[in-house]
Design a binder for this molecule. Sequence first.
Ligand code: 5MM
Length: 335
Amino acid sequence: MSELNRIALKIISSGKGILAADESNGTMTKRLESVNVKSSEENRLKFRSILFTSKNMMDCIGGVILYDETIRQTFEGKTIPEIITQTGAIPGIKVDTGAKKLAKSENEKITEGLDGLRERLKNYYNLGARFTKWRAVYTISDQFPSKLAVETNAHALARYSALVQEAGMVPIVEPEVLMDGKHSIEDCFNKTSEVIKKCFDALIFQKIDLKGVILKPNMILPGSNSNKKYSTEEIANLTLKCLMNSVPSEVPGIAFLSGGQTETEATKNLDTINKLNKSKFIMTYSYGRALQQSALKYWSKNTNDVSGTQKIFNHRAKMCSMAALGKWTEQIEKA
Ligand code: 5MM
């Protein structure tokens, strides 16, 4: 087994998943201000260190994606990567520098961050990171995502992956087809399938070791402004069909983003995916909002209540872990 494959499996096996705590300062400011907390460097560290020192990190979290600011911070005399490593999880780092306007397309984005990446990766490795993340975003409409957006983002994801593997780390490849819009679930299925296939075409062309990659896709859902409702079984079946048809079998696992689903929806959908999963792919979570939302809301009422905040995060992490094993139920959710 290669070292990259070993790292990938350690992050996502045995009911473990990923805590996506890599909000850029812009996004973190929005999250904190939405609960009336000032977005200072100190407050960002305060909230995140509460999560990283929670009891259920040990059993439920295999990897934590950090932002550049956080990977350099210390808490009670230890670096953040040291704190994460002590829980048995692997520290990771977001290395893209954000989605910017794609030239020659109206309203579409290309993710940037390739310039100087080789040097930045060396630095992150020395700081303790063993995996990385790069997120491409795509919108669905009549004409989007365009071929231009699909091809250029796939190319960038593959160039990023090649540099990351060269640096001895596992790339998380995150092509996020956004939920925003009125589109149907079939549109989400078709566009997501196309996007993922193009990503793997580019990864294979650029000689990426697929056993050392984790895919972080969206689930197959109707647009957030579509008024059609689907059962969790329909969502799970379409998500599985999409991934089975577009992900090469060498890839060890898939860690879904939550993408604006509520905590319970993201958990229930993942659980049903695992109950129905007949493939050899591990299916787990790489959630940001769906792991942090309730904990953040509670913490904002009293930012010194560490144990109360951790209790909420521990429950959420446990529910996600049960879902990654296909063992979640409504009863344990409410217990
Ligand atoms: C944690 O949120 C990340 C946001 O990064 P930016 O601040 O650069 O936009 C995001 O990439 C996240 O990792 C994934 O979208 C998954 O998060 P959700 O909340 O969708 O589970």
